[in-house]
Design a protein around this ligand. Structure first.
Ligand code: EPS
Length: 387
């Protein structure tokens, strides 16, 4: 399976084409829209989220609520487009710099300057419009489709925020369903109520100071069969592929699995997961410090992956930069921005991880229809059980 997205943050719409989804998968638009709505929530978002009410439209590949096996075309319109039709239209315009909303002052921390240099663009809007995290709307919609596929085979995805700024949440040993229930109710997607209040206060304080906050989010995938991904070639290792997907989310700077970076300071005896066997569970692990992946393959334990998001780069408390026309130093002016998008980033991460798992699942059990995949999976499960 593969997909591409297109579209600008203030353009008419975001578009995704998804190739390789099997036929006969039930697709409920409500489930896609539910994921889109989750991405728009979260304490600390700015004014743009009051303008957008993201809803997906399926323009190909789905008929009468089921996939046909044809490429799926998916569209999410930007409500803000009506304010930008001239500025962002595809037709030539006579407007001056101001009319075009030309950007010549690159914002530190964004793609503006290196993108402008690379693509030889003197209007940095041509970079920022596409580098914007608005693009994640399309990726969440694609991930929502992947979740439908995974759900068909009992695979569940959940996420939680573990840190915002200097406030850390306590990790709990809630069941996945309980974790989903708790985080869904929380404005910062955290299960630890004490940390929740402190996180909200930290976001308020950063906003007051014209500053922004980053954090850490965790995604857990349960029900994944053993053996997705492969040790035999570097680009088939599933942990590497998930890491790439996570780091491709705007503003993400780090990724870890299981105990992750903590492994650097522990002895091997405190890091590796001992192997056990019993009739009921078959082969399994005594612990899951590896985060569900060894040798680039799933172990059958839950996949546990965390991502680090840096604070949003657009600050009201402006940073210094250099004008590309005059080469003079200036202090950036900001019209609107989010203070903290970590809760939303958690939703995005759930959905990009879901896609990677679904893609590896399709490589292993791939068939053209859900029925064919079901038979392939059952055959493999029987092989694993009798091993
Ligand atoms: C973003 C800047 C803001 C965010 C936007 C991402 O948009 P604007 O410049 O229009 O105020 O609101 O996020 C979204 C629109 C979204 O849907 O998440 C940026 O520069 O990346």
């Amino acid at each position: 399976m593969r997909y591409l997205t297109a579209g600008e943050t203030h353009g008419p719409q975001l578009t995704a084409i998804i190739e390789g989804m099997p036929s006969n998968l039930k697709v409920a638009l409500d489930n896609i829209n539910f994921q889109l709505a989750r991405r728009q929530k979260g304490y600390g978002r700015g004014l743009r989220m009051q303008i957008e009410k993201d809803t997906a439209q399926l323009k190909g590949g789905v008929r009468h609520g089921q996939t046909t096996g044809a490429p799926i075309a998916l569209v999410v319109e930007n409500n803000d487009w009506k304010h930008w039709t001239k500025i962002m239209g595809s037709e030539p315009v006579d407007e001056d710099n101001e009319g075009r909303r030309r950007v010549h002052r690159p914002r530190p921390g964004h793609a503006d300057l290196n993108g402008g240099l690379k693509y030889n663009q003197k209007d940095l809007r041509n970079i920022l419009e596409r580098s914007s995290a608005r693009e994640t709307t399309a990726r969440v919609a694609v991930g929502a489709l992947a979740r439908e596929l995974l759900a068909e085979f009992g695979i569940k995805v959940a996420g939680q925020v573990l840190r915002i700024g200097d406030v850390e949440a306590k990790r709990s040993d809630l069941s996945l369903d309980e974790l989903i229930r708790m985080t869904e109710e929380s404005p910062v997607r955290v299960a630890d109520k004490e940390a929740e209040a402190k996180m909200i206060a930290a976001i308020d304080a950063a906003k007051e100071d014209g500053d922004t906050l980053g954090g850490i989010v965790e995604v857990i995938v349960e029900g994944v069969p053993v053996g997705l991904g492969s040790h035999v070639q570097w680009d088939r290792k599933l942990d590497g592929r998930i890491a790439q997907a996570v780091l491709s989310i705007q503003a993400f700077k780090g990724v870890e699995f299981g105990i992750g970076f903590e492994a650097a300071s522990l002895r091997g005896s405190k890091v590796h997961d001992e192997i056990r066997y019993n009739e009921e569970k078959g082969f399994h692990r005594a612990s899951n410090r590896a985060g569900g992946l060894e040798g680039g393959m799933t172990t059958g334990e839950p996949v546990v992956v965390r991502g680090v998001m840096k604070p949003i780069s657009t600050l009201y408390k402006a940073l210094q930069s250099v004008d590309i026309d005059t080469k003079e130093t200036f202090t950036a002016q900001v019209e609107r921005s989010d203070t903290c998008a970590v809760p939303a980033a958690g939703v995005i991460m759930e959905n990009v991880v879901a896609w990677e798992i679904a893609q590896a699942f399709m490589e292993k059990f791939g068939g053209d229809s859900i029925e064919e995949i079901r038979a392939n999976l059952a055959n493999y499960q029987a092989q694993v059980e009798s091993y």
